[in-house]
Design a protein around this ligand. Sequence first.
Ligand SMILES: [Zn+2]
Length: 348
Amino acid sequence: MKAMVLHAIGRPLVLEDVPEPVVGPNDVKIRVKAIGVGLTVVHMIANPGQVTAYPRIPGHEVAGEIVALGSEVSGFTIGQRVTNHFYLTCGQCRYCRAGRETLCTAFKGYVGMACDGGYAEYMVLPARNFVPIPDGVSDIDAAVAADAIATPFHACTKEAQVQPGDNVLVFGAGGGVGIHVVQVAKASGARVIAVEIGETKLAGAQAAGADDLIDGSRGDIAKQVAALTGGRGVDSVIDVVGAKETLEASVTALAPGGRLVIVGVRPPAVFGDSSKFTLDATVVVRKGIEVRGSRYVTATEIAQTLELLRQKKVRAIVERTFPLDQAEAVHQLIRDNRLVGRVALVVD
Ligand SMILES: [Zn+2]
C-alpha cells in the first residue's frame, strides 16, 4: 500500500510502498478515506521521545471504512464507517474505568507515534479505539471531529463547564482547534470573545460565530476584556496557544470564580519558547480561580461530538484538502501558522 513514512526525527516524510498492516485478534482494519492534520503531528515529528520506533506512519485523526475484523472483535461490521481515538489505553486501570482514559496509568502511547497511523491506504488499531460515524457526517468532517472538534467539546463541557450566558475568552480562536472552540462555546450558550493575530484569522473566528474580536497584537488584552465585560472579566478562558503571554493575560482577564482551561502547549523544539508562566497564589486565592489542564477526550466524547455535527449545531471548518502525498507541504503551512481552521488529507 501507499504510505507517507517518517524515517527519523525531524526528517521529511517519504511516499513509499509498504506492506499492508496485519490484523490481530482484537484489532480492526480500515481503508483510510481522510486524515485531519494539525500541530500534534508537527510536534511529534520535531520532538524526540514521542515516536517509539522507525520507520513510522503518522496520522492520528482518521476516518475510513472497515475492511477486516479480528477474530475476537464484536460490535463492528465490514463496510461500517469509523473514526478513531488517538490514545492507546488499557481500558482496565482506575482512570480508564473512571472515564478519564487520557490519564491511563498503563498508557501505551499515541496512534501514529507508538503504532502506525493513518497517512496510508490502510490502518489497523485495537477495536476499542474506533468510534462509528453517523450517517450525514462526511469522512473529512469525522476525521477532523476526532481531535480538532472533540478536544474543544471536552474543554468547553468538562473543564470550563460553559453555561448559557457565560462570557468565554478564546486564545488562538482562528486556528484548527480554536475555531471549533468558538463554535462549541457558542453551542453551549456562551458569548465568545476571540483573540487572534491578523485580519485573516480574526475574520475566520468571526465567521465561526465569535461575538467580539480582539487583535492580540494591539495593546493590553486583559484591559480590552474588562472593557467588553463591564469590568467583570470572563467566566472562563480557553487557551489553545499556551504561551507565557497568553496564560498570564488569561489569569488577569478572569472574573472571580473563573476557570482558565489550558488546551495548547508550546514545545521548545517546535517554537523556541516554552509554556512556563508566572501564577501569583495571592491572585488565585483572592479571586477563587481555577487553572485546569484539558487533555484530549474520551471515546464517548468523540461520539457526542459526531452527534453535534450530525445535528448541525457545530460544523467542521476545513480550509483545504490535499492528496496524501502532499503531507509535507501541509506540515509547512502549519509551521508557518498560515491556516484558518483545519486541513485534511484525502486518500483515493
Ligand atoms: Zn488505563
